[in-house]
Design a protein around this ligand. Structure first.
Ligand SMILES: [Ca+2]
Length: 366
């Protein structure tokens, strides 16, 4: 036993020696690498901040004077408003919201050509209007329905619910909340948003990358795939509109081929967690997950133009921190919005007073 201990000590001592030798060798390598490094070239351009509202002037700091310069935002040339020896001032208007590359290229006074790329993010230049509304009526809603999608089609109300093993597609009786027709999803799928186009019902799933398409008789006809998470779904005349929990809305053909996307911002930054959706007349209304806020998004630009706050009209006895507001359906003949939440006992019919400039009078201005 004693011999074994001594052996251990010798091995331990040898390991310490080896470690010291290795460490010293590494240290030398490090020092050697440091001494042979080329000195870093100082950056010619720099930004003091990287986020701007559209219309803001972007100030680019220069470390040396330039004799020639051009600025692009991605592949589009940008207007230079002012140039001094130590600063460029560039116009940010007429750009899309979101993350972009600011590419500055030119020649310094020392005749050195350069091209540098900086990252910038453009926020909305619009301060959203507070959307006033009144509750016209309340209806019963099944408090076991974990609502993920809500839409009217030809006067009937359709709902999609989530959770694995509990997800369903349903047609619901508006006046009683009773289920008229339903089809369950297999247990591995977590149901999400729905929308109905040309008598085809589309139902998203959360993380499976699969959308089920049904006939109006709830017969599964087709399975479509997509590459993001699935949260909310709605459509306009020609395009499906999908949210994935980020601040992005994705546009898709009825066969789920990508048609582009838009980033959603207000004047305070990206509006993330976009959940259940409802398209109405050029705008997408979206529940913001884990809030009592519904945002009105200009679909063309991604700018949030209106905020509807449901804080004052939440169902009593429901923990709305967990069972959050989710579900917006627009009833076009009544020009009314119907909203509910996950496991809420109530469905609210709302008269939303959209400002004329935003609501386009004669369409949904109420
Ligand atoms: Ca909806």
């Amino acid at each position: 036993m004693q011999v074994f201990r001594e052996c251990h000590r010798v091995i331990y001592f040898f390991l310490i020696l080896l470690t010291c030798f290795w460490g010293s060798s590494c240290q030398n390598k490090k020092e050697s690498a440091t001494t042979t490094n080329e000195p870093e070239t100082p950056s010619i351009v720099a930004l003091t901040k990287t986020t701007y509202k559209l219309g803001d002037t972007i100030s680019i700091q220069l470390s040396q004077p330039l004799t020639q310069v051009a600025v692009r935002v991605d592949s589009n040339s940008a207007s230079i408003l002012q140039q001094t020896n130590d600063q460029l001032r560039v116009r940010s208007a007429d750009q899309k919201l979101g993350m972009h590359q600011l590419i500055i290229s030119g020649t310094t006074a020392n005749k050195v050509s350069f091209s540098d790329t900086l990252g910038v993010e453009f926020w909305s230049d619009v301060t959203p209007t507070t959307l006033a509304y009144s509750v016209l009526k309340t209806y019963p809603h099944d408090s076991t329905s974990f609502t993920q999608g809500l839409e009217f089609y030809r006067g009937n109300l359709y709902e999609s619910t989530g959770l694995n093993g509990k997800s369903k597609l349903m047609q619901v009786d508006l006046s009683t909340g009773a289920i008229r027709q339903s089809v369950p999803l297999p247990e591995q799928y977590f149901g999400e948003g729905i929308t109905i186009v040309n008598d085809k019902i589309y139902q998203l799933t959360w993380t499976s990358g699969v959308c089920f398409r049904y006939s109006m008789k709830f017969t599964l006809e087709k399975t479509l795939t997509y590459h993001t998470q699935g949260w909310g779904l709605t459509h306009n005349e020609s395009t499906l509109i999908l949210s994935d929990g980020t601040n992005r809305l994705y546009f898709l053909t009825p066969d789920f081929q990508p048609k582009g996307s838009v980033s959603v911002y207000d004047d305070k930054g990206p509006v993330v967690n976009l959940n259940e959706l409802e398209y109405v007349n050029g705008y997408v209304f979206a529940n913001v997950w884990q809030t009592n806020r519904i945002v009105q998004i200009d679909m063309a630009s991604g700018k949030v133009v209106g905020n509807l706050n449901m804080d004052g009209h939440l169902p009593k006895g429901v923990n709305t921190q967990i069972n959050v507001l989710n579900g917006i359906a627009f009833q076009p003949t009544e020009k009314a919005f119907y909203v509910t939440g996950k496991n809420w006992p109530t469905l609210y019919k709302l008269n939303v007073k959209l400002p004329p400039a935003l609501g386009k009078p004669g369409s949904i201005a109420l």
